[in-house]
Write a protein that binds this ligand. Structure first.
Ligand SMILES: NC(=O)C1=CN([C@@H]2O[C@H](COP(=O)(O)OP(=O)(O)OC[C@H]3O[C@@H](n4cnc5c(N)ncnc54)[C@H](OP(=O)(O)O)[C@@H]3O)[C@@H](O)[C@H]2O)[C@@H](O)CC1
Ligand SMILES: [K+]
Length: 514
């Protein structure tokens, strides 16, 4: 699993080493890692180090110190180096080392921000070392002016030191302006704010440089499944499998007005390896569902046994909503997992069972929180995704999967997962219905096979009360990967995402085999 930590957690892990007088050593390791990352990045672009230019934007704290020491190393390796001191002063030893290595120094003041921005934009590399984990809020005054001007000028390779300045390391909240990085080099642990929107959008690729504090780190604030983790947990039918042991999903979706949503989510559930889908809905919709997925079973009356439910995509009309309400009530008393999306989110009881997975987008999450008297807008949710997903999980008692470029999943126990495997082409009609189908299929499979302490989630160190959130995160990741496979850099349709799902399973299966 990829782990991420809050700035506070990282600082606490550093403290014993600082107390032991190791602060300078930690900074040297960080700076060395940063310099090496810049070198690798330039070389990967086929560029020579010698004669290339780099400017470090250095704040007055240790983040600036890291940047200045790294730039000193780059100067010694033949790069033309400049430092812009954004706060007048800088880490004394680092600045001395930078000067000794031949670096040029400018001091940012009230009058020269525009001029310096133009100068810096011509450089091959810009290192953003203004603010790190010691930041309170975002850039201010001339530093904000400089960064805003530079962002407009689209500078060369921007490398963020530990975190892009202005991104809250704990939450991913962004205080604009921020210099969007192509690469962020994180020290000791990846900051949670680099794995949540909107912060992740400013960080580019994130790499981790160990500095020797890792043993002191507590349980991560946020985790992410990587491909090997997904391969390890994906349901494996096994030799004696039959359709009922693979998990049966009941789907309450679609209406006379929105027939496509039902067809797409059933198609996706089927593609994600569910043993069987039972569709509960009117005949007019069922015809479309079956035309696309003839393997599904239409249940006009009382349905046969299911292991999990998916409710909500395209749901509309008084009668349909009442049906969904009844199914939710029976799922609750039977202890069945339910994936609740779109129209069905309005039907939730005040407290949900912990094996229910809600899949709102930001607007739906704002509405959901509004029911609990938390007045927020869609924009508020988008600017503090982890915070509000967590709050909704706490209020409802269910797992909350907040859809977005980075999908955040919060469990009622407080654990957070985040996945970012998709691409912007996936913001298309029906994409959310595919996600519902995939998560529903996984919920049915895991409900049947169990999420006990002998299973693959436990082997990854995921605690019992975090496992349904983990299931949702796995679903989000498969959805993103299928979207990337379907897009390959171009437009896609929701049906195309669903069709690509088996390929993702195959890819991950090969991972497991090899
Ligand atoms: N600890 C360690 O041993 C190691 C730490 N490492 C590195 O140190 C970084 C943390 O360093 P840090 O604690 O010095 O804070 P940093 O992020 O540089 O803050 C800058 C200073 O600016 C100020 N300031 C705050 N907000 C502001 C704002 N909005 N606008 C303007 N100014 C603002 C505030 O000073 P104040 O205003 O409180 O006087 C603060 O002191 C960490 O990210 C990593 O890169 C690594 O080298 C490994 C070893
Ligand atoms: K920074």
């Amino acid at each position: 699993m990829i782990s991420a930590f809050t700035g506070t957690q990282i600082r606490a892990a550093e403290q014993p080493l600082l107390d032991a007088g190791e602060g300078a050593v930690l900074m040297q390791r960080a700076a060395y890692g940063l310099a090496n990352a810049v070198v690798r990045e330039l070389r990967s672009e086929g560029r020579r180090l010698y004669g290339s230019s780099v400017t470090v934007l250095a704040g007055k704290g240790n983040n600036g110190g890291d940047g200045l020491f790294a730039a000193a190393t780059l100067a010694r390796r033949g790069m033309r180096t400049t430092a812009v001191l954004t706060a007048g002063s800088a880490h004394p030893d680092a600045l001395a080392a930078f000067r000794a290595a031949g670096g040029r120094v400018h001091v940012l003041d009230e009058d020269n921000a525009e001029e310096l921005a133009v100068l810096i934009a011509g450089d091959d590399v810009v290192i953003d070392a203004i603010l790190g984990t010691g930041a309170r809020g975002g850039l201010r005054g001339s530093a904000a002016e400089l960064v805003a001007a530079l962002e407009e000028l689209r500078p060369g390779l921007v490398v963020a030191c530990d975190t892009p300045s202005g991104v809250d390391a704990d939450t991913g909240e962004v205080h604009w302006p921020v210099l969007t990085a192509r690469l962020t080099v994180a020290f000791g642990g990846i900051k949670a704010g680099l794995m949540a929107d909107p912060g992740e959008g400013c960080a580019g690729r994130v790499i981790l440089v160990p500095i020797g504090i890792e043993e002191n780190l507590p349980a991560p604030a946020l985790r992410r499944f990587s491909a090997p983790d997904l391969a390890a947990v994906l349901p494996d039918p096994g030799r004696r499998a039959q359709k009922y042991t693979r998990g049966v999903l009941g789907v309450v979706a679609g209406s006379g007005r929105y027939t496509g949503a039902a067809a797409i989510c059933v198609q996706a559930a089927s593609a994600a390896g569910t043993g069987m889908v039972r569709y509960l809905g009117p005949e007019v919709v069922a015809r479309q569902v079956l035309a696309r997925t003839p393997e599904a079973i239409w249940e006009p009356a009382e349905p046969g046994r299911v292991q999990a439910w998916l409710l909500g995509p395209g749901l509309d009309g008084v009668e349909r909503l009442q049906r969904a309400r009844d199914v939710l009530a029976s799922a609750s008393s039977a202890g069945q997992p339910a994936v609740v999306d779109a129209g069905a989110l309005e039907l939730l009881p005040e407290r949900c069972p912990p094996n229910w997975i809600l899949t709102p987008h930001a607007g739906e999450l704002a509405a959901l929180l509004g029911r609990g008297e938390v007045r927020v807008t869609r924009e508020d949710v988008e600017s503090r995704t982890v915070h509000f997903a967590r709050l909704a999980a706490e209020h409802t008692g269910a797992v909350v999967l907040l859809k977005g470029a980075t999908t955040v999943v919060a469990s009622p126990s407080g654990t957070v997962f985040s996945q970012s495997d998709g691409n912007p082409w996936m913001s298309t009609a029906g994409s959310g219905d595919v996600l519902g189908g995939i998560v529903g299929a996984l919920a049915a499979a895991y409900a049947e096979s169990g999420l006990d302490d002998h299973g693959p989630f436990a082997a990854l160190g995921i605690a019992p009360d975090e496992r349904w959130a983990a299931v949702a995160a796995v679903g989000a990741s498969i959805h993103g990967m299928a979207g990337s496979a379907a897009s390959r850099g171009g437009p896609l349709t929701a049906s195309g995402i669903a069709r690509a799902v088996p390929d993702v399973f195959r890819f991950l299966g090969e991972y497991r085999a090899g």
